[in-house]
Design a protein around this ligand. Structure first.
Ligand code: ABN
Length: 178
């Protein structure tokens, strides 16, 4: 009887030991480390892929540089006023019922499309009240303090027109800045 119990006990031991070994092989420290290593290497490779992560900082995609309805459009670099593209006109023409100012402000803007600098003239469109839904932009590249009017761009250029009411601003490219 004692022999019987000791044989059964030995068989149970063998079963438990072999089960423990097999589970150590499957779920053991080395196996877990190997899997963790795989995840880390995979994560590092994905992190180095050349995705556009610009939106991560702001939470939104950057405005396209060729969208002339946004302040980021390249030729608006020295424009201080309402965009005519959002006031019923275009980037080069005043809306119906408004006329271009007699005088203007000139800036030098870099066009990332062809990597060249251009002289841009900002004419105000006059004779109409501003459109309430217009996009207002405040860019002052090249502007100097307003001790002299010609150095400052926060000016109503409709001042020389018969009708001095400001409506919006257009941006005319005059030529390449040498
Ligand atoms: N040049 C745009 C503008 C108009 C009125 C006042 C300030 C600036």
């Amino acid at each position: 009887m004692t022999n019987f119990f000791s044989r059964v006990g030995k068989q149970l031991d063998d079963i438990l030991v072999s089960g423990a070994r097999s589970s150590a092989r499957r779920f053991g420290r080395r196996s877990a480390l190997a899997k963790l290593g795989g995840f880390l290497v995979g994560g590092a490779v994905v992190a180095t892929l050349p995705f556009d992560r610009g939106f991560a900082a702001t939470g939104e995609k950057p405005a396209p540089i060729d969208d002339d309805k946004t302040c980021d459009y390249w030729r608006y670099c020295a424009l201080d006023g309402n965009l005519c593209t959002t006031s019923g006109g275009s980037k080069t023409s005043c809306p119906v019922g408004a006329e271009a100012s007699q005088v203007s402000w000139v800036g030098t803007c870099h066009n990332p499309g062809d990597k060249r600098d251009y002289l841009v003239s900002y004419y105000d469109c006059c004779g109409k009240t501003p459109y309430s839904g217009a996009q207002f932009c405040l860019h002052s590249k090249g502007e100097r303090p307003g001790y002299s009017m010609g150095l400052h761009n926060d000016i109503n250029w409709c001042m020389a027109n018969a009708n001095k009411g400001y409506h919006c601003t257009v941006a005319i490219v005059l030529g390449v800045a040498e």
